[in-house]
Design a protein around this ligand. Structure first.
Ligand SMILES: [Cu+2]
Length: 655
């Protein structure tokens, strides 16, 4: 095995004994375990000055192991470390056994594949640009006097088949630049539209600067920090969320119980928040629903075809890692009420472990009415307030923020909601120029059309391991002898037998939705028990099917994919989308057209927010939301929310 042997320094020992130890096979690696993994890698001579750690995450044990696990019994703890040798230009996957304190396997990655971009590389890339004489010269040419006020924004380089020979085999980033007028100014208000700085991340050196026609800087600032907003409204009175008797949920380690729900909170450096073993206790019986749920990939394709911009297609999960970019949430700001926070540790590319405080927020929310009816004849009236449990985290990816929220409801529904906010990426316009592929959002400032496309990976276990997916389309019945008045319409069901049949798009014309059913478990009405995947806002990708980005973003060509469950098929664009020459993931795996009927499956739901920018999205975009719901459909005998009690009498409203 071609593994690095040169060790210049031992990895420093970090702190004292572990303050927390893992207590369940699915618990993310603790800080102590991450430190131990780094120590084992160093001791076994897999680390050194030239080696960077792209990620270390738990290797989740097999589903069968998790299902058989009983509290207190021993379990394996293995970590997958992705390592990169900056000198040999090679990368490795190392399996670290934390119980036996060994490295049982090291597998080199294919030479053309790049691990995700490491957080440290962003700042190192920026420093490399700043010390480059080419950069100083390019700024001079553009009349930018103070290089310290230039904001350098490294973007993943992707792989488009147009790469010049000198880039071959390089680990690259492409940096765009913006100018601040003072240190706290919003740089995105003044894009330097005319240059892209290509950086070699192995050497941390500027390779070249690609030059394009120089556009003048837009004239206006676009500031958002509080010191720039002198006249804030003054008529807001405080709102306090008070739970005088405490919360209605319990948390034990990473396990949460609330109402009849039970699930585990997990976290990876790539996906951020992961939910495991979601179940609902119905009449004393704990019924499984989802084994694992996460947003596993996303891509933001920009529709600007100009040479300097056609490569703007960030895979924010596979190329950057949302867990690494997660915020430490603030009480009263990010989350309101009585909050339970989960902290998760992160490891940087040098092996230093840092706890991320308040990474995931858990709390209850009042969510309006749950159900209501008034009998106008008798005057009887019943109303129930909806209480939902929210589990969330927020990641900052350069200019944008993404909030990922999972909600649990008292009627057995689950909802995934993504909140998009932050600052739009911008380009410059000449005076009087109308943008062709974007919208002028402030004088001479263009925000290009783009899409935010997300992939959820759900591993359904609706009342047991073997599930099927059924598509339901509502269709009009032609007028005729059985439908003489032309008013008939029916819901037609089609079971997906194979992966190819299960590659589908949303269709509002047939009010299309999907049911995940357990064919071997019937409800009292004789139909298989199920959960309904209810799509929300969605649209197709607007790049051409043969656009180069689609080689890596092929997963966006369908909104629904169903695959046989394979724990190795984790991410919609494959393990290593960063600079992947051919792309991987769903389009590749499903070529085998495997059977997906009445077996263990993964259900992938891809959904898009199409961003046609508005002036009101500037300077910081108010939250836009999209997502989907997973609602019981024949799972319960009737509404699961009937036993929710009315609000206390002191609130007067319900009697
Ligand atoms: Cu957007």
């Amino acid at each position: 095995m071609a593994i690095p042997t040169e060790i210049k320094h031992e990895t420093p020992q970090h702190g004292a004994a572990p303050s927390t130890t893992s207590v369940h096979p699915l618990d993310p690696l603790t800080a102590a375990e991450l430190e131990e993994a780094v120590r084992i890698l160093a001791r076994e001579r897999h680390l050194g000055d030239n080696i960077r750690i792209a990620s270390i995450n738990l290797i989740e044990p097999a589903k069968s192991v998790v299902e058989k696990y009983r509290t207190g019994s021993p379990f394996e703890r293995k970590a997958l470390a992705v390592l990169m040798d900056r000198v040999k230009h090679s990368s490795y996957e190392a399996v670290v056994d934390l119980v036996n304190k060994s490295v049982p396997s090291v597998t080199p990655l294919p030479s053309e594949v790049q691990p995700s971009i490491m957080l440290d590389e962003f700042s190192e890339c920026e420093q490399a640009v700043r010390r480059s004489p080419l950069f100083k010269e390019a700024l001079k040419k553009r009349g930018v006097k103070d290089a310290d006020l230039v904001m350098v924004e490294p973007w993943s380089a992707g792989m488009y088949g147009t790469e010049v020979p000198e880039d071959k085999g390089l680990r690259r980033m492409r940096a765009l630049c913006f100018v601040r007028s003072e240190p706290k100014d919003n740089g995105y208000a003044r894009p330097i539209d005319s240059m892209v700085i290509v950086v070699d991340l192995y050497k941390m050196d500027v390779v070249r600067i690609e030059e394009y026609p120089i556009a003048p800087l837009p004239p206006e600032p676009g500031n958002w920090a509080r010191e720039y907003i002198p006249n804030m409204r003054k008529d807001l009175k405080p709102v306090e969320i008070v739970q005088p008797e405490g919360v209605s949920f319990t948390v034990e380690g990473n396990q949460v119980e609330w109402q009849k729900w039970k699930f585990r909170v997990g976290f990876t450096s790539r996906e951020g928040l992961v939910l495991h073993t979601i179940s609902y206790t119905d009449d004393g019986v704990e019924r499984p629903i989802l084994y694992r749920a996460s947003i596993c990939e996303m891509v933001v394709p920009y529709g600007d075809p100009r040479e300097q911009y056609y490569r703007k297609n960030a895979f924010d999960i596979g190329e950057y890692g949302l867990g690494m970019l997660a915020n430490s949430l603030a009480l009263g700001c990010d989350c309101l009420g009585v909050i339970h926070y989960f902290d998760f540790p992160l490891v940087d590319s040098h092996g230093t472990v840092t706890p991320l405080k308040n990474a995931v927020c858990l709390h209850e929310e009042d969510f309006g009415i749950l159900w209501k009816h008034t009998d106008w004849r008798t005057g009887q009236s019943e109303v129930r307030r909806s209480r939902r449990l929210s589990v969330s985290f927020i990641a900052t990816v350069g200019n944008y923020e993404y909030g990922f929220y999972w909600y649990f409801y008292q009627d057995g529904s689950i909802q995934c909601e993504i909140k998009l906010t932050g600052i739009m990426n911008t380009t410059a316009l000449a005076p009087g120029e109308q943008p062709q592929y974007g919208m002028e959002i402030a004088p001479q400032l263009n925000a290009p059309f783009h899409q935010h496309i997300f992939a959820a990976r759900l591993v359904p276990t609706v009342d047991g391991p073997n599930n099927s997916v059924v598509e339901v389309n509502t269709v009009s019945v032609p007028t005729g002898p059985t439908n003489p008045h032309g008013n008939a319409f029916v819901a037609e069901e089609t079971v997906f037998a194979t992966e190819k049949e299960a590659q589908r798009r949303v269709n509002s014309a047939s009010a299309r939705f999907w049911r995940v059913v357990n064919p071997s478990k019937k409800n009292r009405l004789g139909r298989p028990v199920g959960y309904r995947l209810v799509p929300g806002e969605n649209c197709p990708p607007f790049v051409q099917p043969d656009a180069a980005v689609m080689r890596r973003a092929g997963f966006t060509s369908n909104h629904v994919w169903v695959t046989p469950y394979d724990p190795k098929e984790r991410y919609a664009a494959g393990e290593y989308p960063n600079q992947h020459p051919t792309g991987d993931g769903l389009p590749n795996w499903t070529k085998a057209n495997r059977k997906v009927d009445n077996t263990e499956i993964a259900l992938w739901y891809v959904f898009a927010h199409n961003h046609v920018p508005r002036p009101e999205d500037w300077p910081v975009m108010p939250v836009a939301m999209l997502g989907f719901q997973f609602r019981p459909d024949g799972f319960f005998e009737q509404s699961a929310a009937m036993d929710v009690p009315p609000p206390p009498a002191k609130d007067h409203c319900c009697h």
